[in-house]
Design a protein around this ligand. Sequence first.
Ligand code: ATP
Ligand code: MG
Length: 421
Amino acid sequence: MRVSELFTKTSKNVPADETSRNAQLLIQAGYIYKEMAGVYTFLPLGKKVLDNIVQIIREEMDGVGGNELSMTALQQKDVWEASGRWDDKVIDVWFKTKLASGTELGLAPTHEEPLTALMKTFISSYKDLPVYPYQFQTKFRNELRSKSGLMRGREFLMKDLYSFSKDIGEHNEFYDKISAAYDRVYARLGIGDITYKTFASGGSFSKYSHEFQTLSPVGEDTVYVHEAKKLAINEEVYTDEVLTDLGITKGELVEKKAVEVGNIFTLGTKFSDTLDLKYTGEDGSEKSVFMGSYGIGPSRLMGLLAEHFADEKGLVWPEAVAPAKVYLATIEKPSEDGKVSDIANNIYEELTRANIGVLYDDRGVRPGEKFADADLLGIPYRVVISDKTVASDRIEVKARTAQEAEYLTRQELMQKLGIPT
Ligand code: ATP
Ligand code: MG
């Protein structure tokens, strides 16, 4: 992608109406645009980051047998009435609207009800189980507070997977499998070391649910971390009973602030009973499908990553999510013979052919402006072609996290960027 063709621009000014660092940085760098509090548009580069996060999650969900689908945001009220969750006192973040005829509709804050109803079309026998549908879908929640930028949106992206199993044994097996897949997601996003599987309140079918909490000074949740065991306890269930269950003592735990980046939950037959999702077992008897739900917030993760991977110059994206791996910048005087841009064009083509994302700053602006943008945007490598690098037959490359640039031959550069030569 050429910077000259990008409609977004960076800004030197910190947006005055944003208190969260993630939104400030992402708006300044032109990754997102604020529509209103808690409602953000993903601009071209921001969409790339979000898509990269989504793709990592998708690969891990497919790896445990997930089937991706895409459900509607508009909801009819009857399925939600059947489960008892249409009531604003039960779900206090509903956005509701009406058809022209006056029929009430809701904008889905989550999808247990419609998916359970949908699965009645496809599940009738033990042979149809287990199945694991999931989606990346926009959720709507009228959140009371929305001061955390992307981390608490009123319209946000969620990966929600639901498990439909024959019984609790089959369910538990999957629960452990997806828990391990979640660990892989956070490791691939570069936050594995600060993300803790956390004991949280369960429901009527299991004593606990599990949240995945990433330590962060701006987190809204309080957790008690056991570093050696790599687990944590949410303050909502922090009692002597839990400590006994886990065989740990208060003294081993450290209180921390954290952001919930995902959760896994045993639903049991709560939804299958109320919405009548049954199957015929091998013995011919009718049974309720045993369910679980598993959420991850890709847009919240993007906010968290922006918050965590940043310095005084701007963002510092991990390679796995960066909108491009390389920021290629030319420094060319108008009097020059075009050699600088010839070489840059050529490198741009070679990297693109090798499937390496490049943001090619081909604009005729001051070098300082290009360097400041490369830093603010947080692209992992900055590659510079100038009359000096041409004269010395070297290419300047600087990792976003490094203090000093290196001067490499073209072959060394390609090796550094992971292209076999
Ligand atoms: P929280 O306690 O932070 O409100 P939640 O318990 O309501 O989260 P779930 O309903 O389980 O969250 O949603 C699944 C995942 O979706 C969460 O783990 C989180 O990563 C993400 N998520 C929830 N609410 C929001 C939001 N308002 N904005 C962005 N992501 C969200
Ligand atoms: Mg919530």
